[in-house]
Design a protein around this ligand. Sequence first.
Ligand SMILES: *Cc1c(COP(=O)(O)O)cnc(C)c1O
Length: 365
Amino acid sequence: MSHRVINFYAGPAGLPLPALERAQAELLDFENTGMSVMEISHRAKEYDAVHNEAIALVKELLAVPDNFKILLLQGGGNLQFAMLPMNILHSGRKADYIITGQWAKKAFKEAKIVAGDAARVIASTEEEKFARLPRKDEIKVNPDAAYVHFCSNNTIFGTQWKAFPETRGIPLASDMSSDFMWRPFDVKPFGLIYAGAQKNLGPSGLVVAIIRDDFLAMCSDKLPSMLQYKIHADKNSLYNTPPCLSIYILRNVLAYNKAIGGLDAIHKNNLKKGELLYGCIDKYPAFYKGHVKVKDDRSYMNVDFFLPNDEVTDMFVKESKAAGMVGLKGYRDLGGIRVSMYNAVTVDHIKTLVAFMEAFAKKHA
Ligand SMILES: *Cc1c(COP(=O)(O)O)cnc(C)c1O
């Protein structure tokens, strides 16, 4: 066995070990072809099976209804910030944006570039350093919005929507890059869901998108082909050469998710992880100060907290690293500590971290 650390990086992030071991075992001779999955045609039947299995697993794990298409795209989460407005905000259409963090802001920035004033901010918690989500009464959806965009989990500031914004039937559009498949959820209110793979799903660059048929029908066909959702949907995400290796790893991760009991089991693990870690933070409120001020808004994926001073923070990072835990240094503009505990982080990993935090608090408080 090779040496593995407990990986708390925010992204790219750790992947389930069995999914990587499967890739290792199959690397040189994929499906008895005598080649790796990187070396065969994307039109070959062996690759096609992996491609379709990945899509089928997304559908199965999330119970995606038949009136949605599942797409595998490139360009990361960032290209979706532009592709969504490019496809939808034509013919005088407008859209509403909820700003809860850096990524939501970037999505809005791209929408402004594409559509100018047709992209509108309807709620923001930036003035409070994104330490909470907007309350229901603070969100006023415009009746003429073609969609309402929000970011389901704020990777940097550590808030997460447990109940999605209510829009009276207007399609939701969401960047779920950092919490996609952390639990089961109802996809029906969504026109578009997209997630960069490098947090919960696989390697960076790849995006999983889920688009509803009526939303797809609204998409522009006057864009360059690679930017049209319609073309990717018509071609089953094989319009051009897809990132075969990344999709293969995605397949391995999803197959593993299914094998361990699907999203219900994953959700249970994630709730347990949150209970353990927030339990420890709340136990030492004078020593560990959480960034997020509203408990219900706290994320089960990214947890930001602060220690009494920079010196103790540096010590925390150094000592945790020596104990085999990496990636705990906080986001550069926020400081402190950030624990990213995506699906591949296990309950045992969090138990190890919490034991370290207990000992550290006792020593330094
Ligand atoms: C990591 C992340 C992204 C990044 O997208 P890339 O273009 O793939 O780098 C976008 N949105 C959120 C919420 C993220 O956490």
